[in-house]
Design a protein around this ligand. Structure first.
Ligand code: MG
Length: 159
C-alpha cells in the first residue's frame, strides 16, 4: 500500500453583496468572496492539497482564471474534476482536515453540512472529513473582515 499526503492553502477577499460559498455550502452572509469561480476558498484549498499529494501543481494552473469555462463555476465541480484526473486512478482519499479562518459569520451551524457535502463529492464517509473554523480574534486581514484563509491537509492511499 502506498500513501501520499498533501497540503493546500487559499485566501479570498470579501466584498459586500457577493454570495458566500464555503465547503460547498451557501452561507447566509452580507458579503461573499471575490473570485473568478464561486469563490469557495475551502474547496480551493482542498483541491490544492489533493493536487499537492500527487505533485500535480495547483488549481490556478489547472483552472486558469483567464479561462471562461471556469467563470462562476461551482467549486464542487472543480473538486470532482481534480479527483477525476487520470493521475488519481487507483487512489482514494483516506481523510481530509480543513481549517477555515473567518471573522464572521459564525460557521458552527454549517460545519456538518460542509462535511457531508465534501464527503459526498469525494465519495467517502463524512467521518473522514474534518472541517474546523476559527476567527483570528479580530487580528489581521481576517480579523478586519477583509478576507478568509483556509488550510487543508489530505491523505490518499493506493492499494
Ligand atoms: Mg481560490
Amino acid at each position: 500500500m502506498e500513501f501520499r499526503i498533501g497540503q493546500g492553502y487559499d485566501v479570498h477577499a470579501l466584498a459586500e453583496g457577493l454570495p458566500m460559498w464555503l465547503g460547498g455550502v451557501r452561507i447566509p452572509s452580507q458579503s461573499g468572496f471575490v473570485a473568478h469561480s464561486d469563490g469557495d476558498v475551502a474547496i480551493h484549498a482542498l483541491c490544492d492539497a489533493l493536487l499537492g499529494a500527487l505533485a500535480l501543481g495547483d488549481i490556478g494552473h489547472l483552472f486558469p482564471d483567464t479561462d471562461d469555462r471556469w467563470k462562476g463555476v461551482d467549486s464542487k465541480e472543480l473538486l470532482a474534476t481534480v479527483l477525476a484526473l487520470p493521475a488519481f486512478r487507483g487512489w482514494s482519499v483516506v481523510n481530509a482536515d480543513i481549517t477555515i479562518a473567518l471573522q464572521a459569520p459564525k460557521l458552527a451551524p454549517h460545519i456538518a453540512q460542509m462535511r457531508r457535502t465534501l464527503a459526498g463529492v469525494m465519495g467517502i464517509g463524512e467521518d473522514r472529513v474534518s472541517v474546523k473554523a476559527t476567527t483570528t480574534e479580530r487580528l489581521g486581514f481576517v480579523g478586519r473582515r477583509e478576507g478568509c484563509e483556509v488550510w487543508a491537509i489530505v491523505l490518499i492511499e493506493r492499494k
